[in-house]
Write a protein that binds this ligand. Structure first.
Ligand code: GLC
Length: 796
């Protein structure tokens, strides 16, 4: 069953049936202001932080589903009937009214057609301005003149997620609203900078700022009293709950269309006036939309592909990079699942997210890497969750401080000890640094001096060494890296037990680091870390091989985890993928290990994390054994590690297998099975219920997941094989044998390469010849910025 389709020409996903089983979301805004909105205009907007600078209120995980939102109502004077431009909140029967939602890149459009009136509401946040524009059109398609009232509505938040959800004794009396000259101003008295405005490009015929006056007692957003009686009541107040309702009376002749612009912005009334003038002319709104399209186009054109796999083209050319970029921009904590209760950066997640976008967002990639380097403790481990602002110079802006006294931890207690350290966190940063350098050629970055979280400073290169040394020191009885609080798997809590995954990551990070050491000509380091590489690899080979696959580690008491005699958690995805991807496994081991993954863990919706799921709690293994079977970390199809297997298969040269696994997880491929998937087909989800769950195949938690970045990374760098190196653009595809080839356009260090890969012998891997601008070449060097080149790769 399907609910919509991809419109690739417009880079939009069109939801034709809006009665979806769950919210399908989008992210509106790419700078400081961002709204998370669903397919019926439910959602919330925040400024800089979803935790302490929220603008509109959201009642998460509630009934009705995912509201309130940013709504526009229309009421008809003829018969008093009313509806909303988005299907919810009024929810007209779908056999009487036609609704669609189009999610585009940083904008969404809600459309409805009812009783001869078509209307649409486009939401976008222009580049450079912290204002959400609601671009509303109302058209009379009937043959008679119609008198309509149009109302905006959204509910203001008390700015801080906690203040919105608990202890109202202060907040309820500290927020106020006022109306003057067409602009609603909302303020939170606690905060010097806590102002928002709501206005429109017309003179309103009515307004309400007090929520309960607009909605009315014993009414809801589905039937606001003001809309029912087609009249606002000019309410404002100091204290209470506030909203932004502006009313406009329209008289439309047959065929006539009105266009109204509403503006919801950060700042005071004067800022609202300024924005009102700036966007008074709808042409300015169209220009803002064009600028946003150009912004995304500039990113997406860094790599565009045409392969025989249409779903892959759709994902890689638009949606997968979009998701990866959003993760880097908003760092995981703004969605309908993570509703802003956490803020800051998760160490491992941010490091991996940053690694995937150096070509499309080098600035943000570098900024994130620098923030993580600041969050590194001098002993070489990362602060698992930290606020980069802790390590930034004080700004003019005062931090949010609630008058309800909550003790603020002092700087020293922000640095957690080993007990809270995740053994994998900082290892991810080394490849991210190297991917940034390979993409940009900015080798000088390695010499940049950056402070440690607990004091002192060192170059980026020195930070990398501390990370590697930490992992070399933190080893257990078998010489394998300790698991500590957790490794990549939050629910595997091994403490002093050992994690195969982390030792494999150590090998991988060492391989990346050695490239930096060679590039710096650091003979002593090359010697030291080559020896370390050899030692760790040896331990991996001797201690972790189980005969048909690699184990997941050892418990504190020395028991193997993920071995053939285990009845539950017999085999795990992470260690087997990384054994191969890191290069630690021999070819024969790699083939056997990934064949076992295919045999025990593959499903038509992707690869499960472990199997069979745990059912018996085991304290030595950790929380994973208490998670319901087939859910999240216990035997679900956890999406993030799936692309590790694609890349690992490519390292073995098995393009058919890589594509089988790619296709299984591909959201676009599940477009027509929404009765099973339920979630967005344009976004990877954090997990899909595994075989051991009754809802096998149901996807949950879109957008904010490491699979966004990793799917893009593995598919482009390993399957398509386009991998920037320090001084060449390597093209080393690993594709299905049946492909005749593919084409791609890749921008690298300012030059554009038009790449054609031919596969006349129908192999899966191997390059027989390479041509650059018509001449045979051994490799593709960085060409001058601004130039364009043709590359022909013949496989064989
Ligand atoms: C979540 C966390 C991530 C972790 C993963 C597996 O996605 O954000 O850090 O690696 O779960 O536990």
């Amino acid at each position: 069953m399907k609910y919509g389709h991809f419109d690739n020409a417009k880079r939009e996903y069109v939801i034709d049936r809006v009665d979806l089983p769950v919210s399908w979301t989008n992210y509106i805004g790419v700078e400081d202001m961002c709204a998370v909105m669903n397919h019926t205009a439910g959602g919330y907007v925040f400024y800089k932080s979803p935790q302490y600078h929220r603008i509109t209120r959201f009642r998460p995980n509630g009934v009705p589903m995912d509201g309130p939102g940013h709504y526009v109502y229309i009421s008809d004077a003829e018969d008093g009937d009313y509806w909303s431009v988005s299907w919810q909140p009024v929810g007209k029967p779908l056999d009487e009214a036609r609704y669609t939602c189009r999610h585009g890149l940083s904008y969404s459009v809600y459309e409805c057609d009812y009783k001869g009136i078509s209307a649409s509401q486009r939401l976008l946040v222009p580049l450079g301005d912290a204002v959400e524009l609601w671009d509303v059109r109302v058209k009379n398609n009937s043959d008679r003149t119609r008198s309509l009232d149009v109302f905006s509505y959204c509910e203001f938040s008390f700015h801080h997620i906690d203040m919105d959800n608990q202890n109202f004794q202060m907040s309820l009396y500290a927020s106020g609203s006022s109306y003057a000259e067409g602009v609603i101003e909302y303020d939170l008295f606690y905060e010097e900078f806590g102002y928002q405005y709501f206005t429109a490009n017309f003179e309103p015929d009515g307004y309400d700022c007090v929520r309960d006056r607009f909605i009315g007692n014993y009414h809801t957003e589905a039937n606001p009293a003001a809309v029912e009686k087609r009249s606002c009541s000019s309410s404002t107040e100091k204290g209470g709950n506030h909203c932004a309702a502006l009313q406009k009376k329209l008289t439309l002749a047959p065929g006539e269309e009105a266009r109204l612009i509403f503006l919801l912005g950060e700042g005071r009334r004067a800022d609202g006036q300024r924005m009102r003038e700036k966007y008074a002319d709808p042409a300015a709104v169209d220009a803002a939309a064009d600028a946003l399209a150009a912004y995304w186009n500039a990113k997406l054109t860094k790599l565009q592909i045409a392969t025989p796999n249409e779903n892959m083209n759709t994902m890689l050319n638009t949606w997968n990079l979009y998701q990866a970029e959003i993760n880097v921009m908003f760092s995981r904590f703004a969605s309908f699942i993570e509703v802003g209760g956490r803020t800051g950066l998760g160490y491992r997640d941010t490091a991996q997210d940053a690694m995937c976008v150096p070509h499309s967002n080098p600035k943000k990639c570098r900024e994130r890497i620098e923030q993580l380097l600041h969050g590194l403790v001098s002993k070489g481990y990362g602060l698992h969750l930290f606020d980069p602002a802790w390590f930034e110079p004080e700004t003019e802006e005062k931090p949010f401080a609630s008058p309800t006294v909550v003790p603020v931890p002092d700087a020293a207690s922000r640095i957690h000890g080993l007990k809270d350290t995740c053994s994998d966190d900082a290892l991810w940063l080394i490849p991210s640094i190297m991917e940034y350098v390979r993409e940009t050629g900015d080798e000088a970055f390695l010499n940049r001096v950056i402070g440690y979280a607990d004091g002192g400073e060192g170059t980026v290169y020195e930070h990398m060494k501390r990370i590697l040394d930490f992992s070399a020191e933190q080893i257990g009885a078998h010489g394998v890296c300790k698991g500590l609080r957790a490794d990549w798997n939050d629910c595997l809590n091994l403490g002093g037990g050992e994690s195969a995954l982390v030792s494999f990551l150590h090998v991988w990070a060492l391989e990346h680091f050695l490239e930096a050491a060679r590039c710096m000509d650091a003979a002593d380091d090359i010697e030291k870390y080559e020896a370390m590489y050899g030692r760790v690899k040896h331990v991996c080979e001797t201690e972790l091989w189980d005969g048909d696959w690699f184990i997941r580690g050892f418990t504190k008491s020395g028991r193997k985890i993920g071995t053939h005699t285990d009845q539950e958690g017999k085999i795990h995805l992470e260690s087997n993928a990384w054994a191969v991807l890191s290069g630690a496994a021999t070819y024969e081991q790699g083939i056997k290990a990934l064949d076992s993954v295919d045999r025990y863990l593959y499903t038509p919706y992707g690869i499960m994390l472990n199997g069979p799921s745990y059912t018996v709690p085991d304290e030595e293994v950790g929380f994973v054994t208490r998670v319901y079977p087939g859910v999240k970390e216990n035997g679900s199809i956890f999406s993030h590690p799936n692309p590790w297997v694609w890349a690992a298969e490519c390292r073995l040269g098995r393009g058919d297998r890589a594509m089988k696994f790619y296709d299984a997880l591909c959201p676009a491929r599940q477009n027509d099975m929404i009765e099973i998937r339920e979630s967005e087909p344009y976004s990877y989800c954090q997990f899909i219920m595994g075989r051991d769950h009754t809802a096998f195949g149901r996807a949950r938690h879109p957008f904010m997941t490491g699979s966004g970045g990793w799917a893009y990374f593995s598919a482009t760098r390993y399957i398509l094989g386009i991998r920037p190196q320090l001084d060449e653009l390597l093209i080393d595809p690993c594709i299905p044998a049946e492909w005749d080839g593919f084409t791609a356009t890749r921008e690298w260090r300012g030059a554009v390469y038009h790449i054609e890969v031919r596969n006349p012998d129908h192999v899966m891997k191997g390059v027989r010849s390479l041509q650059l601008d018509g001449a045979l070449a051994d490799y593709i060097p960085p060409c001058a910025a601004g130039t364009e080149h043709t590359v022909v790769v013949v496989m064989g």
